[in-house]
Design a protein around this ligand. Sequence first.
Ligand code: ZN
Length: 310
Amino acid sequence: MGSLYTAAASYLDARAHGGRWLVRLEDVDVPRVVPGSAAGILATLEQFGFEWDGEVVCQSTRSALYLEALEALRSRGLTFDCSCSRAQLADEERYPGYCRAAPLVAGAPTAIRLIVEPGHVQFSDRIQGMFRQDVAAAIGDLVLRRRDQLFAYLLAVVVDDAAQGVTHIVRGADLLDNTPRQIYLQRRLQLATPSYAHVPVLIEADGRKLAKSARSVRADAAAAVAPDAPQARIAILDVSDIALSRPAKKKRRAKEARGSKRKAKRPAKANAPTKKSKKARTSKKSARPKGNAKAKAKKSGKRRRPAKPK
Ligand SMILES: [Zn+2]
């Protein structure tokens, strides 16, 4: 239900601005992917009347793209091999740079990390306002390819956002502190930074995220109102009895290790250059001038801004 709420937020945002809405299956962590989960996600979206543009992109099929980005960074001397295991780093608040000069344990399997220089990464979120983080101080050198040779979600998501021409991202505020490291990597890869809007997440009275709590309901359109009625899509957003709040900082590692998850993003404005330019061009009519779009985005951001928790 929580995921559906976030999907609705991004969907409505994209449609309100004449943008395209893309669905991407974030199944880069292959061993953790539950068989059939992708089909289930798409079926649920369809049941509730979501219509996505273009093909559904699956991260598990895009290794060549990720490798290309990784090689680009490596050839510029921005990465290093790291032999540290999860257990070795269990007590570390951030990666302490053990392997920057050379892998600490010779001959051990290695991950590839991006060297992170100190300094704040700052961005203006459309809903949460200014947010900044010193990625080096908070996390340290970032894993791009894991020791088991799987690409890190971080690398996949940054490469995919750029490859798909995503200009606007709407997602849950629990991912807010994930964003600076993505921006850091975008800059290292010389990619444009999209505009971000982190919507409040649905939580239980005790603060647990709704989608992950025991009481979380599996969204079932058949049990809800007729999904072809416009009101139905609004009805599932009636959350008046559920607290909305900006979540507390969460464990990063758990996020990093997320498995298959649908993320919906507002894609490129029709007139922005994208690899799917053919499709983009067909929807050009619905694109609005940039200045106007910005003004409107601001307005809607204000409207949806929740009361700050005390
Ligand atoms: Zn290391």
